[in-house]
Design a protein around this ligand. Structure first.
Ligand SMILES: Cc1cc2nc3c(=O)[nH]c(=O)nc-3n(C[C@H](O)[C@H](O)[C@H](O)COP(=O)(O)OP(=O)(O)OC[C@H]3O[C@@H](n4cnc5c(N)ncnc54)[C@H](O)[C@@H]3O)c2cc1C
Length: 488
């Protein structure tokens, strides 16, 4: 329903959260203006053209059990999506392990003795549980310390840059809640009666031309409804008067409005508030973000050299018709590689490849601002990725590598360091004293959101502005578990 209003909403960031809020508010008669740092919308969920194909910013699977959210997302695919079968295995000791565990697969690949030791380690954790609220103790209690160290420790510590014992258990509770070794083994041998854990969903909807299509379509709708999107504009601060949002400051001048919604990094925007007390600002200064480095590698598939092809086959599965792994992405737990996850875009949709034969792999690395890895140049990062692919034997010969490109994403993960929650909630409480000011989205509210959670925050922020009673701080990655529904 359209309601007449002359209220102006300024939105910082054109990612899933900002665009979703803008889409609903522009339809409801608000005057919406979005300010986006980059030249393209979609934030970390955009798709880009590379080597004459289409790629996402790492793997981007959309999944939600919420009907409104699903309908909203699907409506913005314009019907141009496919159901993609999910395959995401763990690469450990040069072997691929199905996740969730498949009884005999894991048994054969780990070996009988190692498997028995894993079960014993799980029993030990049941009798003498690990104490504390760290990621390590949470997972070791759910799977046993031995399986934790094989399948969780390496990837997690690479990703977060801190020990599993220093990471808050929230990360595990939100991402692998409800799953433990007993459930995994039960499901491996006896099935799960159709009630799948979210991380295990076998199929997901995916726009034929990349996940960014949804956000380009949202942008078009917003503009049709009279909204404005300013790209290449950096917002440097939020202005308030008597603790009411009145505008923003950007590198291209000041803009005034009645309502401000921020999806830009929480810490920066909170620190820009002149009317916020210094004690709360000190807490905000403690919040940290982790950066991601994506190295895209184009790999030839039409192998002329049969010697190379045979060698590749010994490591990789060839059932996808390519000589590379057939997974959408793999988690890399091997100690001899620096990357933690590799996506193979050739295994998503045919349209992403735009008629090309080669496959584009995306290797993920993570670093803090002050780590040498973050400051390496493109050539050195490209060489690191090539070395990872060749030494792990995921790619058999350097002659198969055609092109390399690097994309650095500053502040891609809010770090859930142990104890962060107490500080964060104090900041949230202090921000509640401000009027017409909303902080939503992954970086925007310091929550480890997926697209679905960020879209939901955008929709609910719009609901709140339209007069519904909802607490935005309560929306988090736990949301769909609270619904208690079954996956599709
Ligand atoms: C490698 C990787 C893999 C992922 N895989 C998945 C997946 O499989 N499934 C899934 O659902 N999600 C996945 N995600 C998460 C998903 O990308 C995010 O949850 C989603 O994009 C968050 O949306 P958002 O709007 O909250 O924030 P963002 O996408 O970060 O959008 C925020 C926008 O604000 C802009 N901005 C920032 N600062 C300013 C400023 N000062 N001024 C103006 N504009 C500014 C940014 O440029 C950006 O466009 C993944 C993320 C990464 C990095």
């Amino acid at each position: 329903m359209t309601q007449e209003t002359s209220k102006k909403v300024l939105i910082i960031g054109a990612g899933p959260a900002g665009l979703s809020a803008a889409r609903v508010l522009s339809e409801s008669g608000y005057s919406v203006e979005i300010f986006e740092l980059e030249s393209q919308v979609g934030g970390m969920s955009k798709s880009v053209e590379l080597f004459s194909q289409i790629v996402d910013i790492g793997p981007h699977r959309f999944f939600s059990k919420d009907k409104r959210l699903n309908d909203f997302w699907h409506a913005h695919t314009n019907g141009e999506y496919e159901k993609v079968s999910r395959l995401t295995r763990i690469f450990y000791n040069r072997k691929f392990f199905y996740y969730p565990l498949r009884g005999f697969d894991a048994l054969l690949k780990l070996g009988f003795i190692e498997s028995a030791l894993c079960v014993l380690s799980y029993c030990k954790a049941k009798i003498l549980p690990f104490k504390g609220d760290s990621f390590e103790s949470w997972v070791a209690n759910a799977f046993g310390y031995r399986l934790y160290s094989i399948f969780f420790k390496g990837y997690t510590e690479k990703l977060w840059g801190i020990k599993g014992s220093e990471l808050d258990s929230d990360f595990a509770a939100q991402r692998i809640k409800g799953l433990n070794l007993y459930e995994a083994i039960k499901s491996a041998f006896f099935g799960n009666g159709g009630n799948k854990h979210k991380t295990l969903v076998d199929e997901f909807s995916y726009p034929k031309k990349g996940c960014g299509v949804v956000y380009n379509n949202m942008k078009d709708e917003i503009i049709k409804l009279g909204g404005t999107i300013h790209c290449d504009v950096e917002v440097v601060g939020i202005k308030t008067h008597n603790k009411k949002a009145v505008g923003i400051t950007t590198n291209k001048g000041d803009f005034s409005g009645d309502i401000v919604i921020s999806t830009a990094p929480f810490r920066d925007m909170v620190l820009s508030l002149d009317e916020l007390d210094s004690k709360t600002k000190d807490l905000a200064k403690k919040l940290k973000f982790r950066n991601t480095i994506l190295v895209y590698v184009e790999v030839a598939q039409d192998l002329q050299d049969s010697k190379i092809q045979d060698h590749t086959k010994t490591i990789n599965d060839v059932s996808s018709g390519t000589s590379l792994f057939k997974d959408n992405w793999i988690y890399v737990h091997s100690k001899d590689t620096q990357t933690g996850r590799i996506t193979n875009f050739a295994n998503w949709t045919k349209d992403l490849r735009c008629g090309k034969d080669s496959a584009i792999l995306c290797l993920e690395y993570w670093a803090n601002d002050d780590e040498p890895l973050w400051n390496l140049d493109e050539n050195t990062l490209g060489d690191t990725a090539k070395r990872d692919l060749l030494e792990s034997k995921l790619v058999a010969d350097s002659r198969l590598i055609k092109n390399v490109a690097v994309l650095k994403i500053h502040k891609s993960y809010p770090i859930y360091e142990r104890g962060y929650k107490e500080d964060l909630h104090q900041i949230y409480d202090a921000l509640d004293s401000f009027e017409d000011l909303y902080f939503i989205g992954r970086n925007g509210s310091f929550k480890y959101n997926n697209q679905d959670h960020s879209i939901l925050m955008g929709l609910m922020c719009a609901d709140k502005i339209l007069g519904k009673n909802c607490n935005l701080w309560h929306i988090n990655t736990d949301y769909d578990y609270q619904e208690g529904g079954k996956s599709e």
